[in-house]
Design a protein around this ligand. Structure first.
Ligand code: PLP
Length: 422
């Protein structure tokens, strides 16, 4: 896939020491050394430039190296890279929390920061369990989650992922047992979930990615499904947790996916594009009702959690700059344009023999194959065509930066069509 002689020394020295994500280290093809990024492009050490269809796991929504984000981070770095939030405060985290509370619908007003998506999911689950304990309800420690869902790779997060489709089947015995069911897409499945919630008094909350189940298969559902979940959560007194780590910050066409369904959860998790892809940061944002259940004279009612780097000042500076860009508003037109182009340009893939389905939503384009692909081989074929597209399982997908130009996007869609046509 690349010329070994052109690999930089740092790569040759470090390659056997870096344990890479989701990789069989004995057989996985070598990764591509990247030396520079800009907009929707990756510059490789050997001089090649790839159009990026993934935006680094859909984080770099405004494109790489956005000058406003970079300037804000430089400014913050000059003042201080970070101080701990235990007993200290800094402007970027406090401004960001107030801005997120203002942007999120309903009473989602209380922002607990962390550094990664999985940890935000852990915190949301911990909040839900303790919410019930603080209100005197013992034994509500389990969750309802859904087939096709993905919420991260840490233990509690793994326990609410799809147990079969996901990558975590090996750990079945080590994970807390949860109620993993079909999404209530219709009245019948709503009735089944209603019954499950009525029969089990051990449920603390329902965890779902609103509108798009991302890394579990890029599966879409509608607002009615989310309204059913809200109704059932209210009826049975359990919390509704939306994981917007994939969908948040414009990816589905609205700032948050929940806005399309007009449903407000009790807790929402955010990460990924929160900082425009420039630094790790996440948050679990709770409603005032949830937050209030932690108040009182008893220190044991408090949320005993505090990741070392929570609310990292550099990350918060990047996030505030990213929100400035969202407030400017050009992204909505960009996402509509990308959506229309993805729909039009991926449509021909429907005719290919190995393609089961083509679907798009916002700036997400998905070509689902009829069987799992040889991901390494497909990725290499894409790189030969000058694009960075990294399929998983049966899914070939695009989640480009919103600043991608129409011709760059065409390069991505035509590479998919050309490679899959073979
Ligand atoms: N939740 C969702 C919806 C995600 O898409 C992901 C990552 O893909 C996570 C949680 C986990 O985030 P992280 O990889 O930052 O731990």
């Amino acid at each position: 896939m690349d010329d070994e002689d052109l690999r930089p020394d740092w790569f040759k020295t470090g390659a056997r020491h870096v344990w890479r994500p989701y990789a069989q280290m004995q057989t996985a093809p070598a990764p591509l050394p990247v030396v520079r990024t800009e907009g929707a492009r990756l510059h490789l050490a050997d001089g090649r430039v790839l159009i990026d269809g993934v935006a680094s796991w859909w984080t770099a929504c405004h494109g790489y190296n956005h000058p406003q984000i970079i300037t804000a981070m430089h400014r913050q770095l000059d003042a201080m890279p970070h101080v701990m939030l235990g007993g200290l405060a800094h402007e970027q985290a406090y401004r960001l929390a107030a801005r997120l509370a203002a942007l999120l619908p309903g009473e989602l007003n209380h922002v607990f920061f962390a550094e990664s998506g999985s940890v935000a999911v852990e915190i949301a689950m911990k909040m839900a369990v303790q919410f019930h304990l603080n209100r005197g309800a013992q034994g509500r420690t389990k969750f309802v989650a859904f087939r096709g869902g993905y919420h991260g790779d840490t233990f509690a997060a793994m326990s609410v992922c799809d147990p079969e489709e996901g990558m975590h089947a090996l750990f079945a015995g080590a994970l807390a047992p949860q109620h993993i069911v079909e999404l209530p897409r219709d009245a019948a499945s709503e009735a089944a979930l209603d019954l499950l919630l009525a029969r089990h008094e051990d449920i603390a909350g329902i965890v779902v990615e609103p509108l798009v189940q991302g890394a579990g298969g890029m599966l879409f559902h509608d607002g009615d499904t989310l309204r059913r979940l809200r109704r059932l959560a209210d009826k049975h007194g359990v919390l509704l947790i939306f994981d917007e780590i994939f969908t948040g910050f414009g990816r589905t066409g609205t700032l948050f996916a929940m806005q399309q369904a007009d449903v407000v959860p009790d807790i929402v998790t955010l990460s990924k594009a929160l900082t425009g892809g420039a630094a790790p940061l996440s948050a679990a944002v709770a409603s005032t009702r949830v937050f209030d259940a932690f108040l009182g004279d008893d220190p044991m009612r408090a949320l005993m959690h505090g990741p070392t780097y929570m609310g990292h000042a550099l990350g918060c500076a990047a996030a505030n700059a990213s929100l400035d860009l969202f407030e400017r508003g050009d992204w909505t037109d960009a996402v509509s344009r990308i959506a229309a182009q993805l729909t039009e340009e991926l449509a021909p893939c429907r005719g290919f023999s190995r393609v089961a389905q083509v679907r798009t939503k916002g700036a997400i384009g998905v070509v689902e194959l009829d069987a799992p692909a040889d991901v390494g081989a497909l990725t290499a074929r894409f790189v030969e065509r000058g694009v960075w597209i990294r399929p998983f399982g049966r899914i070939v997908y695009l989640t480009p930066a919103f600043v991608i130009s129409p011709s760059e996007l065409t390069q991505l869609t035509s590479a998919i069509a050309a490679v899959l046509a073979d």
